[in-house]
Design a protein around this ligand. Structure first.
Ligand code: ADP
Ligand code: SF4
Length: 679
């Protein structure tokens, strides 16, 4: 199958200053949790994107000086010759696939606590550190000498970028890092010719652009990453006026939003192409090519953006993580094979934790070098053998799919009529519809494989499994929520559990509707508590969301959806109670103890929904494990359990577990490489 000619505009080469991009697919700079700490992982991950057809592949933010240090988050770095060598590994790998390599030269300012280097961060003013860690230090306002040195620092980093082989060199002027702060009408109150009027506020950015342009002249393109207002009529930093003065200076504009909640919005709150207006606004003000993101996963939306001239490149971070081969699939007329990003922001969460990114949809993400996994290639079956997968949730579906790709005869049995497991229920909650893509992509792929036998509506017990003629059994039977309040905070069931008015999460997920006063006790801390609260509030219940944590839905701080989650809860009238455990629910009263030893609070309620830990459905696995001799006597070889039935976790962990068990069947455990700096 070949490319549908309709999509030709996406594959037209285009010049960016002195270089030419082979097509319109542009992997914008995105965090990877790899950076200078894990350069081989980074090079291999970016190389797969280039192989997958992205015409431009960029680094993550790349530190230009020791004062730009976000330990424990590993940025890339171009501070010395060793860094040049490390990043050469990436540019060589990207060039080998015919793509251009871009580097995003970065200096943080007050966002950098410099925990490793112990440098004082410079910025437009002395501002408190406000990165996620919130270290109690401030930046130093730059002196005139600092401003001169800063241009030289950028210049030297740009020269190293050329040595490292980059084709596109960025001046990074957004995300409230130093250069953005100089542009900002709110933050920049300097009186030295670099602040005050818009002409003065753009001065440093202009000087840095000119300095870098001199260095890269004719050898690499110069790009500027820049924020436009997320709300068209609200421009507190006066970024549009500043853009006007800079519009023709770079070779390329990379446009983002000035509100990170929307720029990197989760699909719960932000839809595909949400940046469209901001990108179009920039495009209307410059003759230079413009790239912008929008979690584009639909080839038709991409085409509309390019064909209408609204933007010159389809920028992507998450869609390129979920499917590094997205461009090649469109090119080959295989758009329905695209593994669409679900907008869960789990990738971002792991970077937020200082760890390499991973992806709910793409289990090979981050394992390209460490485990040698490729998103589109997998070893053929080791023998002409059959595998039974029990349970068709995320883990079972992915295991069956990957085993099917390998060529085994796969039997997939599921107790319910519909395949999908937890995703079926959770995707019905407010904002979570795109999570169904975890199921749908896998079902689409399974349907193309002739060697899969599907058995829905089949709850298997050990006798039924042993009666089947298979060499391998993978148990992926999932987990269920506890209804007794035991979780991270409570080790014992609360008083009154199992009594009147206590409603298990499973009942709600199965469609039970509640009205009256409902207390949700959320000791899970991720999306489910807030999603249930929003669902019940929309149905008219008076909801109180209680958590032992300092803030509701605290883990969503990592997925960059916390602020919008709280905004939605407040708008829905949900009462938020923090730092409270659940002591008891008796006679229509929830007693909530203070985690800091203060007085117990009483809340009258008709219903109490406890959300704590989960229990793996491992009964089948334990029964089979006890009858291993019988299994082996009948020709059975391997018996595994994966996903939530082994250890309850997030959907990404279940998909990964399913993929891994499929990769390793007949191969032994994968040898894992430990990354090290190349120098
Ligand atoms: P995971 O996230 O680990 O994939 P899920 O809970 O999403 O787990 O999916 C587990 C699936 O296993 C559910 O769809 C459930 O109906 C199914 N299941 C559980 N026990 C059995 C069984 N004995 N036989 C067949 N299917 C089962
Ligand atoms: Fe998309 Fe989620 Fe994968 Fe990130 S982790 S790329 S948001 S599917």
């Amino acid at each position: 199958m070949g490319r549908d000619p309709r999509f030709d505009p996406l594959f037209e080469p285009i010049r960016i200053g002195p270089v030419t991009a082979p097509n319109r697919f542009y992997q914008v700079p995105h965090c990877s949790g790899m950076g200078y700490v894990r350069p081989n992982m980074m090079a291999a991950m970016r190389a797969v994107k280039a192989e997958g057809g992205w015409g431009v592949v960029c680094t993550e933010y790349c530190s230009i000086a020791p004062g730009a240090d976000e330990t424990p988050y590993p940025s890339a770095a171009l501070r010395d010759a060793g860094d040049v060598k490390n990043l050469r590994a990436m540019t060589d790998a990207v060039h080998a696939h015919g793509a251009l390599a871009g580097v995003e030269l970065w200096y943080g300012g007050h966002t950098s606590a410099n925990l490793l280097t112990r440098e004082i961060a410079l910025d437009v003013a002395s501002l408190p550190n406000d990165a996620a860690l919130g270290v109690p230090v401030q930046s130093q306002a730059m002196s005139r000498d600092d401003l001169v040195d800063f241009r030289e620092t950028y210049r030297a980093a740009a020269a190293r970028a050329l040595d490292a082989g980059f084709d596109i060199v960025y001046v990074y002027a957004c995300h409230y890092y130093l250069l953005h702060n100089f542009l900002s009408a709110r933050l920049n109150r300097r009186d030295d010719g670099y602040g005050g009027s818009v002409e003065n506020r753009v001065r440093l950015v202009r000087e840095v652009i000119e300095a870098v342009a001199e260095v890269v002249a004719g050898r690499a393109a110069l790009a500027v990453r820049y924020a436009m207002p997320a709300q068209p009529d609200d421009d507190p930093d006066e970024l549009v006026a500043a853009f006007e003065l800079l519009a023709e200076l770079p070779d390329l504009w990379d446009i983002v939003l000035d509100d990170y909640r929307y720029e990197m919005g989760s699909s719960r709150f932000v839809r595909e192409a949400a940046h469209r207006d901001a990108i179009a606004r920039a495009k209307s003000m410059t003759t230079k090519p413009v790239v912008g993101v929008g979690r584009f996963t639909s080839p038709d939306t991409m085409l509309a953006q390019i064909a209408s001239g609204a933007q010159d490149f389809i920028g992507a971070a998450r869609p390129s993580i979920a499917d590094p081969f997205l461009p090649r699939k469109i090119d080959a007329g295989r758009s329905d094979d695209i593994r669409e990003c679900i907008g869960c922001n789990v990738c971002y969460a792991y970077d937020s934790l200082g760890a390499p990114i991973r992806c709910t949809q793409n289990p090979t993400m981050g394992e390209e070098w460490r485990r040698g996994w490729h998103p589109e290639r997998i070893a053929p079956r080791h023998a002409d053998e059959s595998v039974l997968v029990v349970g068709a949730g995320p883990a079972g579906l992915e295991a069956a799919r990957a085993l099917g790709e390998r060529g085994y005869r796969v039997l997939l049995a599921e107790a319910e009529r519909e395949f999908g497991g937890r995703v079926n229920r959770e995707a019905r909650l407010p904002g979570l519809a795109e999570w169904a893509r975890v199921r749908d992509w896998r079902l689409g792929q399974l349907a193309k494989l002739a060697n899969i036998e599907s058995y829905p509506d089949n709850r298997l017990d050990a006798d039924a499994v042993l009666a089947l003629d298979v060499e391998h059994v993978i148990v992926a039977t999932g987990a269920r929520w506890r209804a007794d309040g035991v979780g991270r905070h409570r080790r014992e069931p609360f008083a009154g559990h199992g009594g009147a008015g206590v409603i298990g999460v499973e009942q709600l997920l199965d469609g039970a509707s509640l009205d009256g006063r409902v207390v949700i006790y959320d000791d899970d801390h991720y999306y489910l508590g807030s999603a249930l609260a929003l669902m019940l509030a929309a149905d008219g219940a008076a909801v109180t969301l209680v958590t032992p944590a300092a803030t509701p839905a605290s883990w969503t701080l990592n997925t960059n959806e916390h602020s919008l989650t709280l905004e939605a809860l407040i708008a829905a009238g949900v009462e938020l109670v923090t730092a409270r455990g659940l002591e008891a629910f008796e006679d229509g009263v929830a007693r909530l103890d203070c985690v800091h030893g203060g007085e117990t609070l009483a809340r009258e309620a008709d219903y109490l929904v406890p959300l704590g830990a989960r229990i793996g459905n491992d009964g089948l696995w334990r029964d089979l494990d006890a009858r291993r001799d019988e299994f082996e006597a009948r020709g059975g070889r391997t018996l595994e359990r994966v996903g939530d039935c082994r250890a309850p976790g997030i959907v990404a962990a279940a998909v990964y577990a399913g993929h891994r068990v499929a990769r390793e069947l007949g191969q032994g455990k994968t040898k894992v490489k430990r990354d090290r700096v190349v120098i």
